[in-house]
Design a protein around this ligand. Sequence first.
Ligand SMILES: Nc1ncnc2c1ncn2[C@@H]1O[C@H](COP(=O)(O)OP(=O)(O)OP(=O)(O)O)[C@@H](O)[C@H]1O
Length: 319
Amino acid sequence: MSGNVIETWGLSKQYDGKGGCKEITLQVPRGTVFGFLGQNGAGKSTFVRTMLGLLHPTEGKATMLGQPIGTEASRRKVGYLPELFRYPDWLTGRQLLEHHGEICGLTRSERKRIIHEVVERVGLSGRVDERIRGYSKGMQQRIGLACALLSDPDLIFLDEPTSALDPIGRKEVRELIAQLRDQGKTIFLNSHLLSEMETVCDHVGIIHRSELVVHGEWRKLSAVKPQIEITLEQASQNWHELLPFVTENRLLRDVEGQTTWLVTLDRDGRVPALLEGLIASGAAVHEVVRKQQSLEDVFLYWVQQKEREAHVANHQNHV
Ligand SMILES: Nc1ncnc2c1ncn2[C@@H]1O[C@H](COP(=O)(O)OP(=O)(O)OP(=O)(O)O)[C@@H](O)[C@H]1O
């Protein structure tokens, strides 16, 4: 098996030729937390459900843990927490886990040990013998997470795992995800909460209008549009016009003769030329700070890029 736990080649699942996900070619490396990002209706759930064999692809192929999707072997070491799944609420948390454990093929003694462990892990100790009917949304999400972990999976799909949790619960789930990754597990995470994804994900894939726009280590993807915060004195009014690689500039502060600008460069590696150009124009450079882009910046950049490409293609088709 390669170092990738998920590999897809032109995988599509469309509904009457529309929507869903289209021609997705993607690799998810083992031992990573992979964030799958997209707006509502972008195609995230369709992709996950197709990988899990719950939907049949309309085109392309894919493997999970080295096995073709749709087979029992591909799902054997996979856990899945669907978004806001409704569990039979007359059961207690423990009864639900017992049922899931049986389905996973765990023996009675394995169930006893593993249920104890996962309940501790998801922070439900002391509440597991209560009926699910009385659980808050956050507790229901925790019991769902416990179900997803029962079979000690190597690959875990979590669909919006923290949407119903309070800030402390979210932090606990982030820590749990990091622990699972440290044990060598791979976590495939669907979430709209980009600020949360940013702290926990190493790799991301961005899906827009059913198509994968880009995927990889998100901090490398952020290098596409470097931004610098720079503080100057005696800068000429039009300093940025003299430097063609400065694609955008915004005055952030003007304090006691020093102006601070947010400068966007056309590509990486331009900072020495920026400084040379500024000094040659007579400006004194007081401070240069590289701005780390947020995952939201990265997401918006790629989605807007995709929209621009679609607009140009549409325009050309109409000429
Ligand atoms: N059963 C279906 N029949 C027809 N169209 C569908 C079906 N399921 C999803 N779609 C369409 O496919 C597209 C992708 O939907 P999907 O649920 O995969 O998106 P998503 O990214 O998971 O959205 P969300 O974040 O809102 O859950 C949408 O346009 C949706 O309307």
